[in-house]
Design a protein around this ligand. Structure first.
Ligand SMILES: [Zn+2]
Length: 300
């Protein structure tokens, strides 16, 4: 059996999985519950022990945002909530405390590996996975291996492919990055700006997609712009990496029924593939659990 922990900015997801990727135990806990008192690392380890219980674990993993040195298991370029664990050798700390080999990697790479092994990417030769969340995560599996490039950041920065060099400034230093248009955060902002009626809605995106489904003209215009921007980003990654499957994840994809048909049509119109229209665009199958399962099965 394997253990995986997905450390997110809001929630910590931890699970025990059998060797077929089936969930034996899965617990989602608020980060604030583990970080508000005492030492965060110690609390994460104690929480892991609780989730594992009496299960016999062969190996485990920890998925976190940012750029990770997978050799040392240290978070090198930490973002947001990951800052609380910056500089700590997580691999050493977890493997010593839990008594089995431990692996640490980026959460988007873990998500992609989960989808490739047990989800929407099973059987693909080259798979790109993009998650539309707070940011826009990207990762890639090629020939049965996660693609890491020369320094383990390879394939992770698809959210920072520019789709408009005259676009708004991005925190990364570029302009017009895909993430500024198509992350769930960016889409929510754009939707609220274009449709003030949704300003006070806590569930602005589901309400937005409902309006689009009903054929509202104004909402459909905003929707088409989103699809257009996302298709440019996807065509760019297709041209860069030549995948046969692109998996899309994140809460936005709860509306996959209205997103995927026009998106696929636009991508097939614009992408050079052989034969034309070859790439399949699929919704993530593991969703919320993908990164925890993926990191449990990622190994050095
Ligand atoms: Zn950027």
């Amino acid at each position: 059996m394997k253990f995986g922990m997905d450390y997110g900015g809001t929630n910590i997801k931890a699970g025990v999985f059998d060797n077929n990727g089936e969930t034996v135990n899965f617990v989602e806990e608020k980060l604030s519950a583990l970080s508000s008192q005492g030492n965060l690392l110690e609390n994460l380890i104690a929480h892991s022990k609780k989730v594992i219980g009496k299960n016999k674990i062969e190996s485990g993993g920890f998925a976190i945002k940012g750029l990770i040195n997978t050799e040392t298991g240290k978070v090198e370029n930490d973002i947001g909530a990951g800052q609380m664990l910056a500089g700590i050798n997580l691999k050493k700390a977890f493997s010593e405390a839990l008594g089995f080999p431990f692996y640490v990697d980026n959460d988007a790479r873990a998500y992609a590996w989960g989808e490739y092994k047990f989800g929407a990417g099973v059987g693909s030769k080259a798979m790109v996975c993009m998650t539309l969340g707070t940011g826009l995560g990207c990762s890639l599996v090629v020939d049965d291996k996660p693609y890491c490039g020369s320094d383990s950041s390879g394939g992770l920065l698809g959210g920072h492919i520019s789709i408009d060099r005259n676009g708004p400034d991005c925190t990364c230093g570029q302009k017009g990055c895909l993430e500024l248009y198509c992350s769930a955060t960016a889409l929510t902002e754009k939707v609220k700006l274009a449709h003030p009626v949704l300003n006070d809605s806590a569930e602005a995106l589901p309400a937005f997609f409902e309006k689009v489904k009903l054929g509202d003209k104004e909402f459909t215009r905003t929707f088409n712009e989103f699809i257009d921007n996302l298709s440019v980003g996807i065509v760019n990654v297709i041209h860069a990496y030549g995948p046969d499957v692109v998996v899309l994840g994140g809460g936005v994809l709860n509306s996959a029924d209205i997103i995927l048909p026009p998106l696929t049509e636009l991508v097939h119109k614009r992408a050079w593939t052989f034969p034309k229209g070859k790439v399949q665009i699929r919704k993530s199958l593991l969703g919320n659990n993908a990164a925890a399962i993926g990191i449990a099965f990622l190994e050095n």
